[in-house]
Structures are given as C-alpha cells and as structure tokens.
Design a protein around this ligand. Structure first.
Ligand code: SF4
Length: 132
C-alpha cells in the first residue's frame, strides 16, 4: 500500500489523537494513521494536496482554503521536505523513524508548528514542548 503525504502532515500524523475538521476528515485521517504504521506501507512525499487533504472540507479548487493560506501551508511542507529526499519512495516505518530523529526538539519544528491552531491538541507538539 502506498500513501501520498505532504511534508507537514508527517508531523500532524505523529500528533493525531482524533481531532479534525469534520467526521469524514477524522475517519480518513484515522485510517491513514493506521496504514502508515504497517510495515508494508510506502510513502511518497510532496508539497501539494495529499491523501489527507482529499477528505478535507478546506480543500477548495485544489488548494488549501485560499491563496494566502495555501502559501503558508506549502511553506510548512517545504520546511519538512528540505530535511528529506523528495525523490524517494520511503518505507513508512523508516520514514517516521527518520522524522523522530530529525524533529526531536521544539526548536526543530518552530517554523512549522508555531502558528498551528491544532498545537494544543497535538500529542507530538505537546510532548516536545513538555521536554523543553
Ligand atoms: S486542505 Fe489544508 S487544512 Fe485540509 S488537510 Fe490539507 S493542508 Fe490541512
């Protein structure tokens, strides 16, 4: 099984604990979060709408909300992607292990998670801020 995930969603998945924009979104994200933990799953990474966006009510005409918000989201993706190899199809377990090593401090995600409205609900971000 193969997943397409945009850069910043690799962090969102690590912090996901069942919150989201609507029921369809939560159902889909829960499913993807299970799939990404399977050893046979592979992941391609991008800075564009992905398998999570496809069930999101904020995806309008192929972008996230509007031009300004979309730019902000894409720059978050690129902050993550610059630490990875975008040409590679990763084994999912390998990729998320690599993410744990790269993004291990609050400082390492400051440019990505700082303004996120979900940070208080995000287990990943909360863990990093508690380890400060
Ligand atoms: S469309 Fe925007 S808000 Fe929705 S999942 Fe994608 S990046 Fe997140």
């Amino acid at each position: 099984m193969k997943l397409n995930l945009r850069g910043h969603h690799l962090l969102c998945l690590k912090g996901f604990q069942g919150y989201g924009y609507d029921e369809d979104f939560i159902k889909n994200m829960t499913l993807i979060n299970s799939k990404r933990k399977l050893p046979q799953t592979t992941v391609s990474i991008c800075d564009c709408p992905d398998d999570i966006c496809s069930s999101c009510p904020n995806l309008i005409d192929g972008i996230c909300e509007n031009e300004i918000q979309n730019e902000r989201i894409v720059s978050m993706d690129r902050e993550v992607l610059k630490k990875l190899d975008i040409t590679k199809e990763y084994g999912s377990i390998e990729l998320f292990n690599e993410m744990d090593e790269i993004f291990a401090t609050e400082e390492s995600v400051s440019e990505i998670c700082f303004n996120c409205k979900w940070s208080e609900k995000c287990l990943f971000y909360q863990k990093l801020s508690n380890n400060r």
